[in-house]
Design a protein around this ligand. Structure first.
Ligand code: FAD
Length: 1023
C-alpha cells in the first residue's frame, strides 16, 4: 500500500513558519495561475439583462447593512404570504424598521405607490418579480424537467453537475420518507436520460492519482443531506440516528450503483458533522459499498478541527481499500455557527478570521491533492486565489491534467466555472432544485454569502480590490483585514456573569461519560437519603422507597422522611444560627455559593444520571437542570456582591451635616419548599438566594426526588457552609412542609409548586402565630396555562416543531410548557398538518435511552391524571394527533401518550386547567386581536410564545401579550438565568423572577441609617 503524503511546504496556517510574502515555487505558480484565471474570469463574466438587474438589486440591498438584513428577512417570508396586501404590508414594515436607510427617493416612491388604487398589487408584483429573479439565479428549477434542461446546458458548456434536492432539516418521518422517495425518483429519472447525453471526456473521465489510469465518471451525480432522511437526526442518539439514516440511505446508494450514478454526502452544521462522518464510514464498510468509489463527503475548512477530520478520512480510505471523493469547501454556516456558539456559551468551532479559513483551506488542499490516490480531490471554491493554489499544487506535483475536480455553485460560481472549463479543467456545478418554500433557507444563505464583505465573489463583483490583493496569500491578508474580529466582538458583549454551558452530547466522549455515570449510579440503587440537622445525618422510622419512573419495579432510592420533631429542631437551630450567618461577610457567603457550583460541576454526570433514574428526565433535560443550578449559584453570588458594596460605596443621600445610607440585611430563617420537576435547579435557586442574603435555611425537597436534592446538601457542606446554617428535611408537604410554613420562627417561605398549595401557603403565612416576630414573606412561583400564538405569516415548520418541543419537553411537566396553541386564519390547516406529522414522529422511551424525546411521567398519580385529561380532550374536542407508548412501555413505567386536540372550547377544562403533561389544545383565531384575547383568557400569566414574521405584529404582541416570559419565534421553555429571568404574574406567582436582578430582594430587608453629624454648627467634611 502506498504511504500517504503530508506536506509540500510549511503549513500556511502557521504564521510563524513562513514570511507571509516569502516566495516559493508554489506561491509563484499560484500568482501566475491566479492572474490567468482572473483574466479568463473577466472574459467569461456574465453579460445578460438578468445579470445586470440582479447586480443592481444587490447593489441596492447592500447599500446599507440594516437594509440588507431586513430585505433578506422579507425574502424569507415572501413565499408564505397569501395576498398582495400582506406582501405590501410586510415590505413596508421591514423597510421602515428603525435604522434602515433606504436609497434616495425609495421611501417616497414606496409611500406614493401605497396610496395608488392598486398600490398593494403593484408592490406585490414587484416583490415577487425581484424574488424570482434572485431564486432563478441560484435555483435551477422547481422540478426535475426544468432542472434537466439546466444540466444539459451545463454539459454543453463542458461542465458536469451534481443535483441537490432543496429542503433543509425535516421535522417529520413522513417528510423524511418523502425525501427518500424524491432522491430515488431523481436517480431513476436521470438514469433514464443520461444515455442521450453525448460523451464528454473532459468531464466524464478522470486520471485519478499518479499510478492509476483514466477512470470513467458517472454522468449523474446527486448530493444528499443526511438530516433530510430522518426526522429525529440527533448526534446524541447516535445509534438510533445511524441505524435510521442508513436504512433510508441504502436504497439510494443501491439505486445509484445500479444506474451508474455518484452520490455525494453534503456537510451541514457542526452539530451534525461527527454523525455524518460516522454514518458515511459505517455504510462504506458494508460489503455492498466497500468497493464502490463513486461516493464522496465534504470537509469544511472553516472548522478548527477540519485537518484532523481529513486525516481521519484518509486513514479510513486506506483501511477501506477503495478511494472516494472529498469535496473541500470553506463552509456555508459561518454566521450560524458563530451565533449559536455565543448563545450556548461554547467556543465557536469555526475560525474567527476569514484569512485563517483561507489559510487552512490551502493547507487542506495541499494535503488532499498529495493523497489523491486515496481521496479524490474536489476543490469547491469561487475564490480565484484558493483555486489557483490548488492548480499550482497539482502542476507542481506533475499530476495528470484533470486529476483535481473543481466545483462551483449554480448561479454563483459559473463564471469561474466557465473560466476553468475553458482552461480544460474538470468542473462540476452544484445544481439545487425544488420548490420555493423549502428553498428559502438555501437562497438566503447564498444571498448572504454573495453580499458579505468578506466574500471573494463580492470583492470581484464590486471591483473593490486590486488584482494583487485578490491573489494575496491568506497569512498576508491577516495584516490588512480584520473584519472577523469586529463581527465577533460586536455580536457578543460579555456580562460579568456567564451561563454554564450545557453538556454537548453531540460529542461522543460526553455520551460516554453519561453512559458511564448511568452505569455507576445503577450500582448505587437503594441509596438511603438521610435527614441532616446541624451537620449530622439522622434517620427516621418513615423510610419511603422511590421507583424509577421509566421502570417502576426498580427502587432507586430510599428516603428517611423527616418527623415533626426533627422539623422543630431544625428550626430551633436555624433561629440560633441566624445572627451568626447574617453577619458573615458577603464575600464569604458568595464564596460558598461559587464552591457549591464547583461541586455540581465536578459531579455533573453523576447528578444527571440520578435525575434520569429518579425524576425520569431524558439526558438533555437532566443536564439543563444541573446547568441551571450552577447558574443560580454563580448569579446570586454576583448579585449579592452587587447589592452589598463595601461600606464606603453604599447608596448615600447625604446633605451637609446629615449622612444617610441605604443597605440590605437578612430577614431570618427561610423555609424552602421545592418541586420535583427541576429537582436540583429550583431547589438550589431558592436555597442559595436565601443563604447568600444572610438567611439560614430549612430545605424541604420534593418527596419524589430526594436523592437529587441531597446533592445540594452535600454540595453546600463541601463548599464550607457552617453546620446548622442549612438543614435538610426530606418529607411530606402535608406534614413537615405544613409545620415549617406555620411555625412562628419562619421569616421567609420560598415555594415553587401548584397554585392550590401556593395560595394555601400565602393564606397560612398571613396568620400570625403567638410569639411570631416577623411578617412572613412568601415567594411563590405557581402554575401556568401557557399559549403560543401562530401568526398567518409564521414559518410553520419552526412553529410546529417549537410547539411540540414546548409541549413534550420533560413530558410537559414544566410550568413553562405549552398547553395551548392559537393559530391565526389561513395558517390553521397547514399548521395542524405539520403539528400532527411532528408530534407523531416523536420517540417515546426510557429516560436513560438517548434517543428518547418523550420520557415517562413522575408517578402513577400523574399518569392517571393525564390519561383523564386525554379523555376530557376527547369529550370536549377532537383528537388531532397522538403518539402512544407501546403496551409494554405502559406496563413498565408511568408513560402516557402525547396528544393534541382541536375544536375544544376555549373556556372548557382542556383549555383552562393546568394539565402538567404532554397534552395540547389547538385553537383557531381569525385575527391577532382574537388570538390575544384567547391567550389572555385564563387565570395564569406565566409564559407565552409568538411565531410571526411581521415586525409590526411582533411589536404589538411584545406590548400586549402580558405574560412573565414571552418568547418570539422560539420554543417557550428553557429560560436561562440572567438572560431570561423566570416567573409570571396573576395566578402564576408573585412576580419574583428567579434568576433576575430583583430576586434577591425577596430575601432581604432594606434598611436606612441617618446620622446627624453636625455638632454646634460644624460637621466633618464628607469623604
Ligand atoms: C460545489 C459546492 C458544494 C458545496 N457544498 C457545501 C457543503 O456541503 N457544506 C458547506 O458547509 N458548504 C458547502 N459549500 C458552500 C461553501 O462552503 C461556500 O460556498 C464557500 O464557503 C464559499 O467559499 P469560497 O472559497 O467560494 O469564497 P470566499 O469568499 O473565499 O470564502 C467565504 C467563506 O469564508 C468563510 N468565512 C467568511 N468569513 C469568515 C470569518 N470571519 N472567519 C472565518 N471564516 C470566514 C466562510 O466559510 C465563507 O463561506 C459548497 C460550495 C460549493 C461550490
Amino acid at each position: 500500500m502506498l504511504q500517504s503524503q503530508t506536506q509540500l511546504t510549511p503549513h500556511p496556517h502557521d504564521g510563524t513558519s513562513a514570511e507571509p510574502n516569502a516566495v516559493n515555487p508554489i506561491e509563484q505558480l499560484t500568482q501566475q495561475l491566479g492572474q490567468q484565471l482572473l483574466h479568463a474570469l473577466k472574459r467569461n463574466s456574465h453579460t445578460g439583462i438578468a445579470d445586470a438587474l440582479y447586480e443592481q438589486m444587490l447593489k441596492l440591498a447592500t447599500h446599507d447593512d440594516k437594509l440588507k438584513v431586513e430585505l433578506f428577512r422579507f425574502v424569507d417570508v415572501l413565499p408564505s404570504l397569501q395576498s398582495s396586501t400582506a406582501v405590501a404590508r410586510h415590505l413596508s414594515e421591514y423597510l421602515t424598521q428603525p435604522g434602515v436607510r433606504l436609497p434616495a427617493g425609495a421611501g417616497s416612491l414606496m409611500s406614493l405607490v401605497q396610496k395608488l388604487p392598486f398600490g398593494d398589487k403593484l408592490m406585490s408584483t414587484a416583490a415577487h418579480w425581484g424574488a424570482r429573479l434572485m431564486s432563478e439565479r441560484f435555483i435551477a428549477g422547481s422540478n426535475l424537467a426544468e432542472t434537466t434542461r439546466a444540466v444539459e446546458r451545463l454539459r454543453e458548456r463542458n461542465m458536469a453537475f451534481t443535483l441537490d434536492l432543496l429542503g433543509e432539516a425535516v421535522i417529520s418521518e413522513r417528510e423524511a420518507e418523502l425525501y427518500q422517495r424524491k432522491y430515488l425518483d431523481m436517480l431513476r429519472g436521470m438514469g433514464d436520460l443520461q444515455g442521450r447525453w453525448p460523451a464528454n471526456p473532459q468531464i466524464d473521465t478522470a486520471p485519478y492519482g499518479i499510478t492509476l489510469g483514466a477512470t470513467a465518471l458517472p454522468r449523474v451525480n446527486v448530493s444528499v443531506k443526511l438530516s433530510s432522511l430522518y426526522a429525529r437526526f440527533d448526534p446524541m442518539a447516535a445509534e438510533a440516528t445511524s441505524e435510521a439514516v442508513k436504512a433510508r440511505l441504502r436504497p439510494i446508494l443501491a439505486l445509484a450503483r445500479q444506474t451508474g450514478a455518484q452520490v455525494h454526502i453534503d456537510m451541514e452544521q457542526y452539530d451534525y458533522r461527527s454523525m455524518t462522518v460516522r454514518i458515511f464510514k459505517e455504510i462504506l464498510m458494508e460489503p455492498a459499498y466497500r468497493d464502490w468509489e463513486h461516493i464522496g463527503i465534504v470537509v469544511q475548512a472553516y472548522l478548527r478541527d477540519s485537518e484532523q477530520d481529513l486525516r481521519g478520512l484518509l486513514a479510513f480510505a486506506q483501511q477501506r481499500g477503495t478511494p472516494f471523493t472529498i469535496r473541500l469547501v470553506k463552509g456555508a454556516y459561518w454566521d450560524f455557527e458563530t451565533m449559536l456558539a455565543a448563545q450556548r456559551d461554547y467556543t465557536a468551532p469555526v475560525f474567527a478570521h476569514k484569512w485563517e479559513t483561507d489559510a487552512n483551506y490551502e493547507a487542506l488542499t495541499q494535503f488532499l491533492i498529495l493523497n489523491s490516490q486515496f481521496l479524490h480531490p474536489a476543490i469547491a471554491s469561487h475564490n480565484v486565489r484558493s483555486v489557483a493554489h490548488a492548480q499550482a499544487i497539482s502542476q507542481q506535483l506533475g499530476l495528470p491534467p484533470r486529476t483535481v475536480e473543481y466545483q462551483v455553485l449554480f448561479g454563483m460560481g459559473e463564471s469561474i466555472g466557465r473560466a476553468l472549463a475553458s482552461q480544460g479543467e474538470r468542473v462540476r456545478v452544484y445544481v439545487p432544485f425544488g420548490e420555493t418554500l423549502p428553498g428559502m433557507a438555501y437562497l438566503v444563505r447564498r444571498l448572504l454569502e454573495n453580499t458579505s464583505n468578506d466574500s471573494f465573489i463580492r470583492q470581484v463583483e464590486l471591483n473593490a480590490s486590486a488584482q494583487a490583493e485578490l491573489l494575496m496569500k491568506p497569512a498576508a491578508r491577516r495584516l490588512t483585514l480584520d473584519s472577523g474580529v469586529k463581527r465577533q466582538a460586536s455580536s457578543v458583549s460579555r456580562p460579568i456573569f456567564q451561563n454554564e454551558p450545557v453538556v454537548d452530547f453531540a460529542i461522543a466522549a460526553n455520551q460516554q461519560h453519561m453512559a458511564d455515570a448511568l452505569k455507576q449510579v445503577r450500582g448505587e440503587f437503594g441509596f438511603a437519603v438521610p435527614v441532616v440537622i446541624g451537620g449530622r445525618r439522622e434517620e427516621s422510622l418513615n423510610v419511603v422507597a422511590r421507583e424509577n419512573p421509566s421502570c417502576k419495579n426498580e427502587v432507586v432510592s430510599r428516603t428517611h422522611f423527616a418527623t415533626l420533631e426533627q422539623a422543630e429542631r431544625a428550626l430551633n437551630l436555624a433561629e440560633r444560627m441566624f445572627p451568626i450567618w447574617r453577619d458573615v461577610d458577603v464575600a464569604a457567603r458568595a464564596h460558598v455559593l461559587r464552591r457549591t457550583a464547583d461541586y455540581f460541576r465536578q459531579h455533573r454526570h453523576e447528578i444527571n444520571a440520578w435525575q434520569v433514574y429518579e425524576a425520569g428526565k431524558p439526558w438533555r433535560d437532566a443536564d439543563g437542570d444541573v446547568a441551571e443550578a450552577i447558574d443560580f449559584c454563580d448569579f446570586y453570588a454576583a448579585e449579592m456582591e452587587r447589592l452589598s458594596p463595601a461600606q464606603g460605596a453604599r447608596r448615600k443621600r447625604n446633605v451637609p451635616g446629615e449622612w444617610n445610607e441605604y443597605f440590605y440585611d437578612a430577614r431570618g430563617p427561610a423555609v424552602i419548599i421545592a418541586p420535583w420537576n427541576f429537582p436540583l435547579a429550583i431547589l438550589t435557586g431558592m436555597t442559595v438566594a436565601a443563604l447568600v442574603a444572610g438567611n439560614t435555611v430549612v430545605i424541604k425537597p420534593s418527596e419524589q426526588t430526594s436523592r437529587v436534592a441531597y446533592f445540594l446538601m452535600q454540595a453546600l457542606e463541601a463548599a464550607g457552609l457552617p453546620p446548622g446554617v442549612a438543614a435538610f428535611l426530606p418529607g411530606e408537604g402535608e406534614s413537615v412542609g405544613a409545620a415549617l410554613v406555620a411555625d412562628r420562627r419562619t421569616a421567609v417561605i420560598a415555594f415553587t409548586g401548584s397554585k392550590a398549595v401556593g395560595l394555601h401557603i400565602l393564606k397560612e403565612a398571613a396568620d400570625v402565630k403567638p410569639g411570631q416576630r416577623e411578617i412572613k414573606h412568601v415567594v411563590a412561583e405557581l402554575g401556568g396555562k401557557n399559549a403560543i400564538i401562530v401568526d398567518e405569516d409564521a414559518d410553520l415548520d419552526e412553529a410546529a416543531s417549537g410547539t411540540v418541543h414546548s409541549t413534550i419537553g420533560y413530558s410537559g411537566q414544566k410550568c413553562s410548557a405549552a398547553s395551548r396553541v392559537i393559530v391565526i386564519g389561513s395558517a390553521y390547516d397547514t399548521f395542524c398538518k405539520r403539528l400532527k406529522d411532528t408530534l407523531e414522529s416523536i420517540c417515546i422511551g426510557d429516560a436513560q435511552d438517548p434517543a428518547t424525546t418523550l420520557g415517562p411521567l413522575i408517578d402513577a398519580d400523574s399518569q392517571r391524571r393525564i390519561l383523564n385529561y386525554i379523555e376530557i380532550g376527547r369529550q370536549e374536542g377532537r383528537l388531532l394527533a397522538m403518539q402512544t407508548p407501546s403496551p409494554e412501555q405502559q406496563a413498565k413505567g408511568w408513560f402516557v401518550p402525547a396528544a393534541a386536540f382541536v375544536d375544544a372550547p376555549a373556556e372548557g377544562r382542556l383549555c383552562q386547567e393546568e394539565i402538567f403533561g404532554p397534552v395540547l389544545a389547538v385553537l383557531r383565531a381569525n385575527t391577532l386581536d382574537e388570538a390575544l384575547k384567547i391567550a389572555d383568557g385564563t387565570l395564569y400569566a406565566l409564559t407565552g410564545g409568538f411565531y410571526s414574521r411581521s415586525p409590526a405584529n411582533i411589536a404589538r404582541v411584545r406590548r400586549e401579550f402580558r405574560v412573565g416570559n414571552l418568547y418570539i419565534n422560539r420554543k417557550i421553555t428553557g429560560a436561562l438565568v440572567d438572560r431570561q429571568p423566570f416567573g409570571g404574574g396573576r395566578m402564576s406567582g408573585v412576580g419574583s423572577k428567579a434568576g433576575g436582578p430583583d430576586y434577591l430582594h425577596h430575601f432581604l430587608l432594606p434598611r436606612t441609617t441617618t446620622e446627624l453629624v453636625m455638632r454646634r454648627g460644624f460637621a466633618p467634611v464628607e469623604e
